[in-house]
Design a protein around this ligand. Structure first.
Ligand code: PMP
Length: 312
């Protein structure tokens, strides 16, 4: 998947040409992984481009930074305005955004404090992560032989680039074995999450997802799906899920900003339910896309419009 480049990248309050957003090889974040980030989608709607849960994403970025004692130097409101300015500058009707906060060029020791904090926001057009086919037909996944990081080693609740080395092990192994994605277990052997997505299973009409104690990133799509499912009348439980429960589910789906809501049709070559997208997954997916596409009223402040809406 090559990046579809855009014109402009936001850096510390300035708009740079895409090709000018460069860093030195001795950047602290490159050498010692002091990088925190977010992934946000902006959807095309009849009222113009709309960010999905922008404030929640930026607040999670601040939470990630707090754990690592990194001060971005810009408020949530300022970064909200920056995201809007960037989408306008790139004239996108829809896109993916990647705010990055990292320790730049300064000192070389492990202690990051003497290296300046840099903030960038990149945006580009990005289709569905696992492909448009996957949204309809589902993907084949496996349980990974790699375990997710523990809460007291690399906190999975912080969206740190370092965590994605664990994600890379999971996804590389899965793809080397012919699967689209891997599912990691936590230290206790309970289901955690995919390499970059949360997981839900449906059995007997009830929806289950691992709790935050199962070494997951508390996904914003996960939270949205729980709210949507409850509004559709389903019972949703956050509870520890043993591996074998995956094989016995009627339906399984992944959630994530890039992944959106992607059905899983098999795990370890065992068919999940009828081996195709199930009815509850379909219902939640269509409610989700109706909200993100601006066709159905979004709860609270889920959508932030990039352009002021004409009231006429
Ligand atoms: N878990 C991991 C490890 C992720 O990288 C992501 C993607 N951000 C998710 C879960 C899903 O989170 P969200 O719905 O907020 O994108």
């Amino acid at each position: 998947m090559t990046i579809q480049t855009a014109r402009i990248i936001w850096h510390n309050g300035n708009l740079l040409d895409w090709d000018d957003a460069r860093i030195h090889v001795m950047t602290h974040g490159l050498n010692h992984a002091s990088v925190l980030f977010e992934g946000i989608r902006c959807y095309a709607t009849p009222r113009g481009p709309a960010f999905f849960r922008l404030r929640d994403h930026l607040e999670r970025l601040y939470d990630s930074c707090k754990v690592y004692r990194m001060e971005p130097g810009w408020s949530v409101e300022e970064l909200t305005a920056a995201c809007i300015a960037l989408v306008e500058a790139n004239q996108f009707s829809e896109c993916y955004l990647r705010p990055l906060v990292f320790r730049g060029y300064g000192s070389f020791g492990i202690n990051p404090l003497a290296s300046p904090v840099e903030v960038y926001i990149a945006s580009w057009r990005w289709e569905t992560y696992l492909g448009p086919e996957a949204l309809e037909h589902g993907i084949d996944a496996c349980v990974s032989s790699w375990t997710r990081m523990t809460p007291n080693s690399l906190p999975p609740t912080a969206k740190a680039a370092a965590n994605y080395m664990n994600s890379q092990l999971i996804t590389l192994e899965a793809q080397a074995n012919g699967f689209a994605e891997g599912i990691a277990l936590d230290q206790q052997g309970m289901v955690s999450e995919g390499s970059a997505q949360n997981i839900f299973l449906v059995r007997g009409g009830e929806i289950h997802t691992p709790p935050s104690a199962s070494s997951i990133l508390p996904g914003i799509t996960r939270d949205s799906v729980m709210q949507i499912a409850r509004r559709l009348g389903y019972r949703v439980r956050e509870e520890a899920i043993p591996r074998a429960a995956l094989y016995l589910a009627d339906e399984i789906f992944f959630t994530g900003t890039a992944t959106e809501i992607t059905p899983v049709r098999s795990i370890d070559r065992i068919s999940i339910g009828r081996g195709m997208r199930g009815p509850i997954t379909t219902a939640i997916q269509s409610a989700f896309f109706a909200i993100t596409g601006g066709r159905q009223e979004a709860p609270g402040d889920w959508l932030t419009f990039a352009r002021p809406i004409s009231t006429r």
